[in-house]
Design a protein around this ligand. Structure first.
Ligand SMILES: Nc1ncnc2c1ncn2[C@@H]1O[C@H](COP(=O)(O)OP(=O)(O)O)[C@@H](O)[C@H]1O
Ligand SMILES: O=C(O)C1=C[C@@H](OP(=O)(O)O)[C@@H](O)[C@H](O)C1
Ligand SMILES: [Mg+2]
Length: 168
């Protein structure tokens, strides 16, 4: 069966929803950030601090390209993954994609509520967090919008499953 990729901004719920979809569809679930942390033996903030974002993006590129069409995986991506190294083209050629389009205000609320120490690009203590995320959203939107399906934070899980089912 085709792979299912979840894409979208940090805290849009890719990891949470991806696991749920995989459970319901009996697909194997992977989270690219978790694979990177395991492979590197260090956290994402450590990778950014010690080796830089460019290095992280290169690892993302490589991890993504281990996925083949027909692997029957649900893949939760890191928020930036589709936006570097022509990764969105690879995602489109390798499966069906779901863009979780959640308002930036909601993302900020989630980041402030849950903290995000493991995400170097989202600092809950930054007074400009809303503006930073809004700008990042606008930059990334043309890429995210290429997803097969776009759902909002309000779309029910049943509706998401119904819509993605039509593409499998
Ligand atoms: N639909 C939702 N409603 C409210 N909170 C959510 C929802 N989905 C995820 N969250 C919370 O938001 C935070 C980020 O979720 P996560 O799935 O890790 O997002 P992502 O992988 O897109 O960064 C977590 O604390 C999670 O519990
Ligand atoms: O938006 C981004 O560029 C990033 C999002 C993170 O993943 P989540 O979207 O799961 O938080 C993680 O890959 C890294 O910190 C970079
Ligand atoms: Mg995640």
């Amino acid at each position: 069966m085709k792979n299912i990729f979840l894409i979208g901004m940090p805290s849009s719920g890719k990891s949470t929803l991806g696991k749920r979809i995989a459970d319901v569809l009996h697909y194997r679930f992977i989270d690219t950030d978790k694979i990177i942390v395991r492979e590197e033996g260090r956290s994402i903030p450590e990778i950014f601090a010690q080796s830089g974002e460019e290095y992280f993006r290169e690892v993302e590129r490589r991890v993504l390209r281990t996925i083949r069409p027909g692997d029957s995986l649900v893949v939760s991506t890191g928020g930036g993954m589709p936006c570097f190294h022509e990764n969105m083209d690879y995602i489109k050629s390798t499966g069906v994609s779901i863009f979780l389009d959640v308002p930036v205000e909601v993302l900020v609320r989630r980041i402030l509520a849950h903290g995000h120490e493991d995400r170097p690009l989202n600092n809950p203590n930054d007074p400009e967090l809303l503006a930073v995320l809004q700008k990042r959203y606008e930059t990334r939107l043309p890429i995210y919008a290429q997803a097969t399906i776009t759902v909002s934070g309000e779309t029910t899980e049943d509706e998401i499953l119904r819509r993605v089912g039509a593409w499998l």
